[in-house]
Design a protein around this ligand. Structure first.
Ligand code: 4AD
Ligand code: MG
Length: 441
């Protein structure tokens, strides 16, 4: 690598993005910025691919037509360098977006001092741990960029869907006083001189908020001190929580069905390039999601080589067997009351509950149900679960003021993204994943 001077940004400001380098701007003078993702030297021509916020663009240099100074600058460049380019747009059918930039001036703004232990376009990669030590650099791989483009678009679609349907977006505290989903998986912390916890779910807050807003949603991190290292658990994940008054769990499943359907249509339409890059030629259309009761799942498992009693949770072994027959989305409904949290409403047969899990093969994507609306019943259920109503006094207090019947769900956004982008490891869909063994970067 020849030594090269680093230029200052000075007065240069961006006039166009990669998406604007198109035939319709042919002949236009532009100033662009970005980082280099590939350099190809083909005799008299050098092709440089520059990435920016909106994708990629090509800069083409005719070695015998440019100044010595420009040429020596280009020779100092390598993948990951940050540059600014001034030049003219020229139509070129083979270039990205059908046009390229013929540079007149280049500013070298940062040159890499190290070569990453993986190539941007490499098919085989070093271990995830190695990549994640420099995750921001890892995220420059086109496949990673594609995943996060889909992540961004998905969030946009989900928000839009919920807002259109009249849900209010809320933000509830992440530092809380009591567990909602069971105590074992809590992260304790010191809140001034008191013990407090990071939230596992906005469950109790969102239930309370239906009193005022009727329909609410929150998209926010949730924290679980997961003791096992798996491909589908993070210690911090993005939870999509929805809660609504005057509906029950069946209405909620309808909402989820419509949401997933909209998401698939939207991502298919708006992220086709990214999907293709990830090896997904076409997303299926999701219309109806089958609903199977817990009882029928137990029936299905009875003929198989697995030990299961009615009332048991479904082991990963059982789930794998179910996934052989149900590889896509399906709901498991009407779970045994004892296997669900205290706030889930028992059905007319109190052994069963008005609850569901949304599954994709063996992967749980969401859980939801009708909630208990009566304070008396809620206190009874808390005690049955071995929890102390005293710890939930602040929550129970509002139930004295006319809590409407309500239902809702919580959906693990990274899990949904794993399915959408075909990733086997949940860490690939999180920019800086947190697990039992990873607290940095
Ligand atoms: O099934 P969970 O624990 O349900 C609740 O939190 C309820 N408050 C939801 C409700 O409204 N009734 O968590 C909801 C979803 C799971 O289905 C899963 O997709 C995801 O959150 N999830 C995780 N995702 C990644 N890493 C983890 N450690 C997760 N734990 C749960
Ligand atoms: Mg669950």
């Amino acid at each position: 690598m020849p030594a090269s001077k680093i230029d200052s940004l000075g007065e240069w400001r961006r006039t166009h993005y990669s998406k604007d380098i198109t035939p319709s701007n042919d002949g236009k003078e532009v100033t662009v910025f970005g980082w280099i993702s590939s350099i190809r030297d083909q005799g008299g021509l050098v092709f440089i691919i520059i990435n920016d916020n909106f994708g990629i663009m090509q800069m083409t240099l005719h070695k015998n037509k440019v100044s010595k100074e420009l040429l020596s600058k280009v020779e100092s460049l390598s993948e990951h360098a940050s540059i600014g380019v001034r030049g003219k747009v020229k139509t070129m059918s083979k270039a990205p977006n059908g046009a390229e930039i013929v540079p007149s001036e280049i500013k070298v703004l940062a040159l890499p001092q190290k070569v990453p232990p993986f190539g941007l376009h490499a098919e085989t990669l070093p271990s995830m741990d190695k990549r994640f030590e420099i995750r921001a650099v890892d995220l420059r791989r086109p496949k990673a960029l594609a995943i996060f483009a889909i992540r961004g678009k998905s969030l946009e679609i989900i928000r839009e869907f919920l807002k259109e349907r009249g849900y209010h977006e809320v933000n509830t505290p992440k530092i809380i006083a009591t567990a909602t989903e069971g105590g074992a998986a809590l992260f304790p912390l010191l809140y001034y001189d008191k013990e407090a916890f990071l939230t596992q779910s906005p469950q109790l807050f969102k239930e309370q908020l239906v009193m005022a807003f009727e329909k609410v949603f929150e998209i926010a991190p949730a924290y679980r001190a997961e003791q096992s290292r798996t491909l589908q658990h993070l210690s911090e994940f993005l939870s999509i929580d929805v809660e609504e008054a005057f509906v029950d769990y069946k209405d909620v499943m309808n909402t989820i069905e419509a949401l997933i359907s909209r998401l698939y249509t939207g991502v298919s339409k708006e992220c086709s390039k990214e999907l293709k890059l990830l090896g997904i030629s076409k997303l299926p259309a999701i219309d109806k999601i089958p609903r199977l009761t817990y009882d029928s799942i137990i029936e299905l498992l009875k003929g198989k080589d697995v030990q299961i009693e009615w009332g048991d949770d479904l082991s990963s072994e059982s789930l794998d067997m179910i996934a052989d027959e149900l590889p896509s989305y399906y709901f498991i409904t009407d779970w045994p009351t004892k296997s669900k949290p205290f706030y889930i409403k028992p059905a007319s047969n109190p052994e069963l509950s008005e609850s569901f899990d949304l599954m994709y093969g063996s992967l749980e994507i969401a859980s939801g149900g009708t909630r208990i609306g009566s304070k008396k019943e809620l206190m009874k259920r808390l005690k049955e679960k071995g929890l102390k109503p005293k710890g939930f006094e602040y929550h129970l207090a509002v139930f004295d003021y006319g809590m409407p019947p309500h239902a809702g769900f919580g959906l693990g956004f990274e899990r949904l993204l794993m399915v959408l982008t075909g990733q086997k490891n949940i860490r690939e869909v999180s920019v800086f994943p947190r697990d039992q063994f990873r607290l940095t970067p």
